[in-house]
Design a protein around this ligand. Structure first.
Ligand code: DX5
Ligand code: ZN
Length: 221
């Protein structure tokens, strides 16, 4: 799988989410940030909006759950039709059981790491996963500056995945722009979430194309 771009609806107009989805037909995924005001100090959308969005777009939904108790709440996002469901390691009680449940329900299982969470302990969990999300900002808000300090972890994540021989995607999320995407791709990321860099642009589809072109220079498919 080559480079994939996932525009984050967090930076779109929440009163016009279906329109925002329609502006990026060249995207690979639509990234939906679910926040519960507990795991992160912000509140966004939940299951009813994800269900409605699923009916309003053909793009697959990549749900990033920044919530407490994902063991309890995450499977419903897979049942609602999300093609990818990513939960945070820091919040999960039983990540293996949860990842298996997500896969059983037909979703790709993703595991997300906050900037201070090391990736090495995830090595043994890789067979249960389809995606590792290395956060490149503290989760909770869009438009934050990219944390270069997270790049070595992206590199280590890619090394772990390569060594495993498994087809697991390495996603980066937070501060991904035309300024930073090449560094992420060079470090080994292949799925790029971008909120403000896409929806802050007057032409979101052109922004997706620019991001893809820059990342593809570092990771030719
Ligand atoms: C932040 C979210 C991100 C956010 C990224 O916690 O997980 O998906 O939308 O926004 P930008 O690309 O603006 O940093
Ligand atoms: Zn996100």
């Amino acid at each position: 799988m080559g480079v994939q771009i996932a525009p984050s609806l967090l930076a779109a107009d929440f009163a016009r989410l279906a329109d925002a989805a329609a502006t990026v037909p060249n995207a690979d995924w639509l990234h939906v940030d679910v926040m519960d005001n507990h795991f992160v100090p912000n509140l966004t959308v939940g299951l009813p909006v994800v269900e409605a969005l699923g009916k309003a777009t053909d793009l697959p939904l990549d749900c990033h759950l920044m919530i407490e108790e994902p063991d309890r709440w995450a499977p419903a996002y897979a049942e609602a039709g999300a093609a990818g469901v990513t939960f945070h390691l820091e919040a999960a009680q039983a990540p293996v059981r949860l990842a298996r449940e997500l896969r059983r329900l037909g979703a790709r299982a993703g595991l997300a790491l906050r900037p201070a969470t090391p990736v090495e302990p995830c090595g043994d969990l890789l067979p249960e996963l389809d995606l590792l999300l290395v956060m490149t900002v503290e989760p909770g808000f869009g438009g934050q500056p990219f944390l270069d300090a997270c790049l070595p972890k992206v590199r280590r994540a890619r090394e772990l995945v390569s060594r495993s021989g498994l087809d697991i995607w390495v996603q980066v999320d937070g501060g991904v722009t035309t300024e930073t995407i090449e560094r992420c791709a060079e470090a080994g990321a292949d799925v790029f979430v971008a909120g403000s860099a896409v929806y802050g642009d007057e032409e979101p589809a052109a922004a997706v194309q620019r991001l893809r072109a820059l990342a593809s220079k570092e990771r030719p498919s």
